[in-house]
Design a protein. Structure first.
Length: 266
């Protein structure tokens, strides 16, 4: 278990999923997460809904922003009268509306915001949604795929570099490269990414706040491969422990939710 972790507050475990989190070098935890089992009346079987929100650093009440986002997203999802795969976007709308209501009730919170990544798991696939710069990874047979695009200015810079408008060096070193271009802030959402990924036996899915960027994709892939037979809790624990071992003085909050939707013993 990562140092300082309280299993009653920081872990949730089941046969197929687990989560772990750390504060890092920050003074407060601005990540929030949830894993919920939700009913699917049409299919007659429960589904797994997982989400992570990361309050935007340097802005007012980032910790409140992430909690508002998660609470209202997860709370509204089961109540939406649509097929489960079509509920993610409306649930995001509920979370964004709740953010606007909180800011209107307390103008000192103006400017707060949060990222969001969310997934709902079916037997052979998962549906995902993303706003901001948190991550969804899909691991299969030693290969790690980044599922969602990051809504950052760096993405635009890289596209401009690819078109020859600026140099690759300029894009890589731009001081505002990490700036978020879309977030849950109670305003119209500039960018929302959605998609669906097929699942196979042995797959591992990792949702993570941007604190995981301390590790390379190759390191995350190696951890998934090493601990896949031990299950989600060992993978989540190992990722956070590896980040702690790096002990970087600028380490952001890091939270991971690991889901092994079908048998990892293949």
């Amino acid at each position: 278990m990562p140092s300082g972790a309280d299993p009653r507050e920081r872990w949730i475990e089941g046969r197929h999923f687990a989560a772990a989190t750390m504060i890092g070098a920050r003074t407060r935890q601005e990540d929030a997460w949830s894993v919920q089992v939700v009913a699917d009346a049409g299919a007659g079987r429960p589904l797994l809904l997982a989400a992570i929100a990361d309050g935007m650093g340097g802005l007012p009440a980032g910790d409140q922003a992430s909690r508002i986002t998660i609470r209202n997203f997860v709370g509204s999802y089961p109540l939406i009268m649509r097929p489960p795969a079509e509920r993610l976007r409306p649930a995001l709308g509920h979370a964004n509306h709740a953010m606007r209501a909180a800011i209107e009730a307390d103008p000192s919170l103006r400017g707060m915001g949060s990222t969001l990544v969310a997934t709902v798991f079916f037997e052979d696939r998962f549906r995902w949604l993303s706003v901001g710069d948190s991550h969804i990874f899909h691991w299969r047979r030693d290969a790690l795929e980044r599922v969602n695009p990051l809504h950052t200015y760096g993405r635009e810079l890289d596209a401009r570099a690819a078109r020859g408008e600026i140099t690759a060096t300029h894009a890589a070193l731009h001081p505002e490269r990490a700036a978020i271009t879309s977030a849950v802030m109670g305003m119209p959402l500039d960018e929302v990414a959605e998609g669906e990924v097929d699942l196979a036996a042995g797959d591992v899915v990792v949702l993570a706040s941007d604190g995981i960027e301390t590790l390379s994709d190759e390191q995350v892939a190696a951890i998934c491969g090493e601990y896949k037979s031990a299950g989600a809790s060992r993978i989540a624990e190992a990722i956070i422990r590896r980040i702690e071992q790096r002990a970087t003085p600028w380490q952001d909050n890091a939270t991971v939710v690991v889901v092994c939707p079908v048998s990892t013993l293949a």
